[in-house]
Ligand binder design. Structure first.
Ligand code: ADP
Ligand code: MG
Length: 378
């Protein structure tokens, strides 16, 4: 799903008022009735109709014909615009540049603030997985509110920001958390290569023990990354590692904590053996080496990302994990020719670091940042 920031410049205040009305209406309506949109936006029905039509044409909202009434729901495009508008208003994002990454469930863009400081915008795209899964699963997912994908994406972004903030404040090498809104996080740009792209290093033993120490230190603070691998570790030019990607982090008091901890350790061991031919008899074990000294998960809860939210997100992640396991088997069995696959192919799988360097930031300005009346509810 491409982020097309261009049209944002041509959005009027009223457009945003209506878009915000659809978002607000979505809180208790799967499909927001036209009359409610007009009411929340405080526009006369005729005026609201016209604006709604325009927003639907730009694919920021989508018309849904329900059995009992017609109405609209927000699309990811509309959700993107609402988040960008909030960032623009707060001065954290002034322009949007090139896409530098696309994960299974996220899009990563370069952005800049008004002083032209470059940052990274990560947009969560939960629900994307379902595009590629088998039909029965898809039907089952379609039963769910599409809005709930957006809600889950919002939870993932909230969680990522909360953990990044706590880790950053406690001296862990992670990007600087800059801002968050809805399903989006703005963070510091790390000038580095993912470990995945590093073919050779002078002293693998040194990096290996740094990474293992990081896993242990996290656990001493009560946390497990849960996806500690060569994609989520960036290596700066001085060789120092930076950890990214936090929506799946778990507490060391999680029921499967030992499993997650050992899996993180194992990921690094396997990678170092295969890539650098480096093996060490020394590696941390959950039961033996981890004694909890601090409680960062409590700090995270204090940040507004509650235990309840954590549970909701976890339930979704479990579901998706089961689906993706099946999907992998399915993918090996046959290459299904689902229409959506064509769309997936339009997304570059990964922009290489060289390309990234070569790319001149052709930024798209977000345009006016004047106040809209209805604010995001934080
Ligand atoms: P996902 O959840 O999709 O795996 P990640 O947060 O791991 O998303 O980011 C995907 C890729 O984007 C990373 O592997 C990295 O190359 C790039 N990236 C993400 N955040 C940053 C950042 N702060 N600075 C530089 N590159 C980043
Ligand atoms: Mg990642």
């Amino acid at each position: 799903m491409k982020l097309d920031a261009k049209a944002l410049r041509y959005m009027s205040q009223e457009d945003f008022r209506v878009l915000t009305a659809v978002e607000m209406g979505s809180k208790n309506h799967e499909v927001v009735p036209m009359s409610l949109i007009a009411q929340i936006a405080q526009l006369r029905a005729g005026g609201a109709h016209k604006i709604v039509g325009g927003l639907a044409k730009k694919k920021l909202i989508a018309r849904v014909q329900n059995m009992s009434y017609d109405g609209y729901r927000l699309t990811y495009g509309g959700y993107d615009y609402l988040a960008l508008k909030t960032f623009a208003k707060r001065g954290t994002v002034y322009s949007v540049g090139n896409q530098i990454g696309v994960g299974k469930e996220s899009d990563i863009y370069l952005v800049a603030d008004e002083e032209d400081n470059q940052h990274v915008l990560k947009l969560q795209r939960l629900g994307r997985m379902s595009f590629r899964t088998i039909k029965s699963k898809r039907d089952y997912l379609q039963d769910r509110k599409s809005a709930s994908w957006m809600y889950m994406s919002r939870l993932a972004a909230m969680k990522e920001f909360a953990f990044m903030k706590v880790l950053y404040e406690n001296g862990f090498p992670v990007p600087e958390p800059i801002d968050a809104s809805r399903h989006c996080v703005v963070m510091g740009l790390i000038d580095a290569f993912p470990l995945r792209q590093i073919e050779e290093i002078g002293n693998p033993g040194k990096l290996y023990s740094e990474l293992m120490s990081m896993i242990v230190k996290l656990a001493q603070y009560g946390l497990i990354h849960g996806d500690f691998n060569e994609f989520n570790i960036l290596i700066k030019s001085d060789g120092a590692p930076v950890l990214i990607d936090f929506p799946q982090m778990v507490s060391t008091s999680h029921i499967n904590a030992e499993f997650y901890f050992n899996r993180d350790v194992e990921c690094i061991r396997i990678f170092f053996r295969r890539r650098f031919g480096y093996e060490s008899a020394l590696y941390p074990r959950f039961t033996k080496d981890v004694t909890r000294e601090f409680c960062l998960d409590v700090q995270v809860a204090a940040s507004g990302f509650s235990k309840k939210m954590q549970k909701e997100l976890e339930a979704y992640q479990e579901e998706i994990k089961d689906m993706s396991d099946e999907e992998e088997e399915e993918d090996e069995a046959d290459d299904s020719d689902e229409e959506e696959e064509a769309q997936d192919k339009d997304i570059p799988s990964e922009v290489t670091e060289d390309e990234k360097m070569a790319i001149k930031l052709r930024n798209i300005r977000l345009g006016n940042t004047e106040e809209t009346e209805s604010e995001e509810e934080e």
